[in-house]
Design a protein around this ligand. Structure first.
Ligand code: SF4
Length: 464
């Protein structure tokens, strides 16, 4: 095709219509012309799902937030969950947020309050916003112009306004994104807007599973179909599709900072005669004692990771694995979020005679992948160190603040039992924090779970 690749800047991969074939949809996207995908959210549940999809897949990113339809459900607790998720490295924006006076699923004042609250969050975290606006530009523009929100960047997704609305948003520095609606026969008015938006201020999206382009109308939309929207933009701009691809992809890269913020990454580091492997900066917990959100360093090593890490990146850094007493997958995040990377690197380590390979984990992999992944690690992993950190679900909820909710603790306990079935060397650790009873914890780990017990200081390390 001669096209470098598109970014689908807005695909609802969390939609239930993708539940049965998400991996195929992603594969199809990458084997067509898609290089990256941004997955937006509409409420807490979809925000958690979008984050998990992003954290477990290369080149997929999440946005988190409350859609105006759901503004009525934006309680203090719900907002707090969005705020915590928004600090994860794979979460690149706050969205979809805005106003929708077409469907009016939430009262206008509630929508405005929720929008303002999330604008403040975006400002605090220096993250861009993804705006949803339908029949509400007259109220949206004055809010965005408020001095308090100066400096916030973003995109107005699936643009449906007039040339004047577009001009106002462009004047404020926002990008405009077009979806499949520009290909619909009755969308002449919208098509007139497209040439008024310079390519260097435009993003492309599918808004999948909605708004399949005219050529595929009636089908479930998916990222691979973005080419139809690009062709239409190219035609309306008297440009070629290659140029549209190159410019809109660069725009998404720059707005969402998709290639990561940091130049220097620490992927491997040595402590004593052990080699540690840092696979991800994302985690499915937000433990009260975890330093990763306010400190990037473990000793002299900067462990903060924003970008995706490949198995090749890691292997390139390891000279001779056999010289270490132990090689440990850990880091400022949950290593099993990069399950395929861990498997590929561990297989290589085994082949190259690593003496002992351990994973330090929060034990949530089976919950994350919705399948039992433990047997897949047989033969390549020697030991597990699993942080349980509490003696019951309520305690875990309070201390570890799992994004996956109250069911997480039981799932971690099941994961430990599963590891114990397949691996002789399983240590379960509880952190010395928040009044956890060491005696109770030791009994639970040694007597009930049959594992080695370790009480560790919350100041010592992360999962290790
Ligand atoms: S301490 Fe470990 S499990 Fe808890 S948030 Fe940090 S990296 Fe995740």
């Amino acid at each position: 095709v001669g096209i470098a690749g598109f970014i689908d800047s807005h695909a609802h991969l969390t939609d239930k219509s993708f539940a049965n074939d998400l991996e195929e949809v992603i594969k199809r996207a990458y084997s067509s012309i898609i290089v990256k995908i941004v997955v937006p959210s509409i409420d807490v549940e979809s925000s958690v799902e979008a984050f998990i999809i992003a954290a477990t897949h290369d080149n997929i990113y999440a946005t988190v937030g409350f859609h105006p339809h759901e503004a009525k459900d934006c309680s203090k607790d719900a907002f707090e969950q969005i705020r915590r998720l928004a600090t994860e490295p794979k979460v690149v924006a706050i969205g979809e947020i805005g106003l929708d006076y077409f469907y009016n699923h939430s009262p206008h004042e509630t929508q405005k309050d929720c929008f303002r609250q999330q604008l403040e969050l975006a400002k605090q975290l220096s993250k861009p916003i993804v705006i949803h606006c339908r029949d509400a530009f007259a109220d949206l523009v004055p809010i965005l112009r408020d001095e308090k929100y100066r400096g916030i960047s973003g995109v107005c997704h699936c643009f449906s306004g007039t040339k004047q609305d577009a001009a106002l948003l462009l004047e404020m520095g926002f990008y405009i994104s077009f979806a499949g609606s520009i290909t619909f026969p009755k969308a002449d008015k919208l098509r007139e807007v497209v040439p008024t938006v310079p390519l260097n201020r435009m993003l492309l999206e599918t808004d999948a599973p909605y708004l399949a382009p005219q050529a595929l109308r009636g089908k479930r939309n998916e990222p691979a179909f973005v080419i139809h929207n690009a062709d239409k933009v190219a035609w309306l701009h008297h440009a070629d599709t290659e140029k549209v691809a190159a410019i809109t992809t660069a725009n998404s890269e720059s707005l969402f900072v998709l290639s990561g913020k940091q130049e220097q990454r620490t992927l491997t580091y040595k402590l004593g005669n052990n080699l540690y492997i840092n696979v991800t900066g994302n985690c499915t917990n937000d433990c009260l004692f975890c330093p990763r959100k306010h400190n990037s360093f473990l000793g002299k090593y900067n462990l903060r990771l924003y970008s995706d890490v490949s198995a090749e990146d890691i292997i390139r850094e390891i000279d001779d694995p056999s010289k270490y007493d132990e090689v440990v997958f850990c880091g400022f995040g949950e290593p099993l979020l990069k399950f395929d990377v861990v498997k590929a690197v561990a297989t290589w380590l085994k082949k190259n005679h690593a003496q002992r390979i351990r994973i330090d984990t929060n034990g949530q992999a089976n919950l994350i992948y919705k399948r039992n992944v433990v047997p897949e690690l047989k033969g390549i992993i020697d030991a597990f160190s699993i942080s349980l950190n509490a003696c019951n679900a309520d305690e875990y909820q309070r201390i570890c603040r799992p994004y996956l909710g109250i069911r997480t603790y039981d799932s971690v306990v099941d994961f430990i039992k599963e590891c114990k079935k397949h691996f002789p060397d399983v240590t379960v650790s509880i952190v010395e924090y928040g009044g956890i009873s060491a005696e109770k914890a030791r009994y639970l780990v040694e007597k009930e779970l049959g594992c080695r017990f370790r009480m560790r200081s919350y100041k010592s390390d992360l999962q290790g």
